[in-house]
Each structure stands twice: as C-alpha cells, then as structure tokens.
Design a protein around this ligand. Structure first.
Ligand code: HBI
Ligand code: FE
Length: 289
C-alpha cells in the first residue's frame, strides 16, 4: 500500500465495523452530478470499439447512462439481479483484509466522493467515477463476477502466506489494467483504463507499452507503476480462461516458487513471453523514468 495514501487502521468516525458508510445519495449536489455526467459523456463516446463487449453490456444492463451519480438503491437492484453483487459505499481506501472480505461476499466497496475539476484526469484515491463506472459494469458479467469472488477469497488466503504483494499484481494487471483478445480485436476491460480518457487510447493505440499474453506466474512477478500509464498490458484470451486459471490453480506452491524467483523489471520481455507488441517505451523515457 503506497504510504502517501491515508489509510487508517480502524474505521473512521461514523463508519460501520466493515468500513461501509451510507451512500447518502441526497448529499451530492448539482456540481457533483455534473462532474459525473461530464466524465460519463467523455468515456461513453470513446469506448465503443475499444471496451470489451462485457463492459459495454454491463453499462447497458445497469442503465448507467442515466444522468447523475448513480443511486445505489437503484443500481443494486439491477446488479443484484444480474450476478448477486452489490455496491457499498466506503470513505476511501480500506485495509486489504476488509477489501478482500467484501469481494469474497460479492460486495464492491466504492469511494463515496467525486473528483474536483482540478482532478479531472488524475487522482490518487479511487472516487465514485472510477469505482462505479470503471469497475461495476464488469461485475454485471457472470464470469467476471465469479472471478472477483475468487480473487477476494484468494486475497484473504494470501495474507496467511505473506503473499499479498504478489497477488496484488494479479489484481493490477487484470481488474485494473487488463486487455482482452476478442474475435474482432484487442479490447480494454480494466477499470483503471476504461475510467481514464487518455489511457483508454494509450493502452490500445500507443507503440510505447508492451502487450503480452497473460500468464499467471509471469504477472505475479512483474513490477508495476501507479503514477503513470502502464508499461505492460497483459492480454487474456477470454474471461472464461481468466476465471478458470484462478479457480483451478493451487496458489500455495506458486507463492513458494515466487519466493525464489526475482521480480521482473517493468519494461523487460522474457524469451517465454507471448509478445503481441514489443513496446518502444518512448512514453516512459520522455517522462524520464
Ligand atoms: N480499498 N476502497 C478500496 N479500493 C481498492 O481498490 C482497494 C482498497 N483497499 C486495498 C486494495 N484495494 C488492495 O488490497 C488491492 O488493490 C489488492
Ligand atoms: Fe480500481
């Protein structure tokens, strides 16, 4: 967990023991709803042909195009009907064990605030636009919904192995920054990409990053950055394969193996990689990284 983010050990004043708070939808003002609409319009115009079919179906099934920040009473009725998931409000980042416990029980914790105009393109803590627009459409897909449950259960288990850092990379390179190979081409499904205007273009079109076929052990060895566009995107062949490898793999021997394997530096390509794009890394070099 990055130490510049304010994460407390106990729930803040007014929060429940599981860190949830009431969404209190009525408290959002005109400016808050306008910020959602502005972000929504920009993303939804650009995403057809870029976002995964499952993501676009989710937007539709959940009726997320309705103006304003979604009211969870209404959103959860649709989401629950699709996959049994619900969205719960939290003040910001929550401790890892709390986060995993929510996922394992089909609850997605969403930040209960929206970014300011100054934070339009970048903010450090997940707000309601990232969490709801970015994450929730995929949770309306039955296969992805099960993957997130498996991840939550695996997350709780990883804590007992001291393997959180390795497992967190799986979340990063799939749930946040994953690409999927559809019959009609590469598409984005990671929430960190679909909720970002610039990265939605960069992830698919820019020659800078590597695009590499997904491999579980490889992903869990790969470093990542949280402060700029990714230098690697891992491509899954389908959601079924992602769920299957996660539920059928016994992670305990993998964690033991990982203890003796070095991390893979952020731009490196291995001889065993299925390389779809060998990145120029011009973007990272320009930024002096
Ligand atoms: N809390 N609200 C919130 N959202 C997250 O994505 C999140 C978190 N706490 C911990 C956490 N993520 C990490 O454990 C995962 O990224 C692995
Ligand atoms: Fe996220």
């Amino acid at each position: 967990m990055a130490d510049f983010l304010h994460v407390y050990d106990t729930p803040p004043e007014g929060a429940n023991a599981d860190w949830t708070i009431p969404q209190n939808w009525e408290k959002f003002g005109e400016n808050d709803h306008q910020m959602w609409d502005r972000l929504f319009a920009r993303q939804s115009e650009m995403l057809p042909g870029r976002a995964a079919d499952a993501f676009l179906r989710g937007l539709d099934v959940l009726k997320l195009s309705k103006p304003g920040i979604p009211d969870y009473r209404e959103l959860n009725a649709r989401l629950n009907n699709a996959t049994g998931w619900e969205v719960v409000a939290v003040p910001g980042l929550v401790p890892d064990d709390v986060f995993f416990d929510h996922l394992a029980n089909r609850r997605f914790p969403a930040g209960n605030f929206i970014r300011t105009p100054e934070q339009l393109d970048y903010l450090q803590e997940p707000d309601v636009f990232h969490d709801v627009f970015g994450h929730v459409p995929m949770l309306a897909d039955p296969i992805f919904a099960d993957y997130m449950v498996a991840y939550g259960k695996g997350g709780l288990r990883s804590l007992g192995f001291g393997a959180l850092d390795h497992l967190a990379r799986l979340y990063w390179y799939t749930v946040e920054f994953g690409l999927i190979e559809q019959s009609d081409g590469l598409r984005i499904y990671g929430a960190g990409i679909v909720s970002s205007y610039a990265e939605s273009i960069f992830a698919l079109d820019d020659p800078s990053p590597n695009r590499i076929g997904f491999d579980l052990l490889r992903v869990m060895r790969t470093e990542y950055r949280i402060d700029d566009f990714q230098q690697n995107y891992f491509v899954i062949p389908g959601l079924d394969e992602l769920l299957q490898v996660t539920v059928e793999t016994d992670f305990a021997p993998l964690y033991a193996k990982l203890e003796n394997l070095p991390d893979i530096a952020i731009a490196d390509i291995l001889p065993t990689d299925r390389v779809m794009t060998r990145g120029t890394h011009n973007h990272a070099q320009r930024a002096g990284r």
